[in-house]
Ligand binder design. Structure first.
Ligand code: NAP
Length: 259
């Protein structure tokens, strides 16, 4: 079951895959035998990601993409299929966020986050559909959300609304595309300690201890926790799972509900 080549023969496209959680997923997938394409805006960061894995003998590829632009997302999908011959897995991971009380949030700030997170996810799913339905393994879409989408996210209502939309979109597609054997799931991470976002938001603002205590396990997660969930869902081990929101948050949302 848990073999070291569990994703052999799979082709994966990962938006925002050159850094943070996306790069951890790219690394795990490549180590487990998948052919990986990462897609984001910053060419330097993508070159760094390709070079870092090359040192391990893993050859991933990169395509410059702004997920707010449908043509660029379609180009990322088409380039993946041109380079690797097919597409089996799409990871919608790219996201933008910033804290801002909603009364002070400009329509432009709102639109930007909705464009990256929600519209970018829709664009990815839409552009990938024709290819995913041809996958001999069954197509797989995983989009990265958060339970703060479902609870509402005071101070980041734009990101919360986008993530709630991603979960709803994914559940609709799980049903619409089930006959095509495409599985559509989301992963909702809790606070992941080794990411820039959590370092900036919690560790540098002295809120680390408070935020740790909000989780049932009393600790932050690691990027590998999310990559492991993404491996499971994309592999044959997750073949009967669709329309699911896999919560990987150390029990944070339950602690909110139980409090
Ligand atoms: P991150 O380090 O900020 O990475 C986000 C990635 O998205 C970057 O690589 C960025 O690359 C890319 N990106 C941003 N805007 C883009 C655009 N318009 N087009 C294409 N790519 C774009 O974030 P992270 O912490 O790894 O988070 C990854 C995912 O997990 C996100 O969906 C986030 O909402 C979710 N999440 C994270 C946490 C956490 O604790 N960190 C918790 C819950 C959910 P470029 O700048 O090069 O484009």
């Amino acid at each position: 079951m848990f073999t070291s080549d569990i994703l052999k023969g799979r082709v994966a496209l990962i938006t925002g895959g050159a850094g943070g959680i996306g790069f951890e997923i790219a690394t795990a997938y490549a180590r487990l035998g998948a052919n990986v394409m990462v897609a984001s805006r910053n060419q330097e960061r993508m070159d760094g990601a390709v070079a870092a894995l090359a040192k391990e003998g893993l050859a991933i590829k990169a395509v410059k993409t702004d997920v707010r632009n449908y043509d660029e997302v379609k180009n990322a999908v088409d380039t993946t299929v041109e380079q690797y011959g097919k597409l089996d897995i799409l990871i919608n991971n790219a996201a933008g966020n910033f804290y801002c009380p909603t009364a002070d949030l400009s329509p432009n700030g709102w639109r930007t986050v909705i464009d990256i997170d929600l519209n970018g996810t829709f664009y990815g799913c839409h552009a990938a559909y024709q290819h995913l339905k041809k996958s001999e393994h069954g197509g797989c879409i995983i989009s990265i959300a958060t339970m703060l989408g479902l609870s509402g996210w005071p101070g980041a209502a734009h990101a919360g609304a986008a993530k709630a939309g991603i979960i709803s979109l994914s559940r609709a597609l799980a049903v619409e595309w089930g006959d095509d054997q495409i599985r559509v799931n989301t992963i909702s991470p809790g606070p992941i300690g080794d990411t820039v976002g959590v370092q900036r938001l919690y560790q540098e603002t002295g809120r680390e201890e408070l935020e740790r205590k909000k989780t049932a396990l009393g600790r932050f997660g690691k990027k590998t926790d999310i990559a492991n969930a993404a491996v499971y869902l994309a592999s044959d081990l997750g073949q009967y799972i669709t329309g699911e929101n896999m919560v990987v948050d150390g029990g944070r949302w339950l602690k909110y509900v139980a409090a």
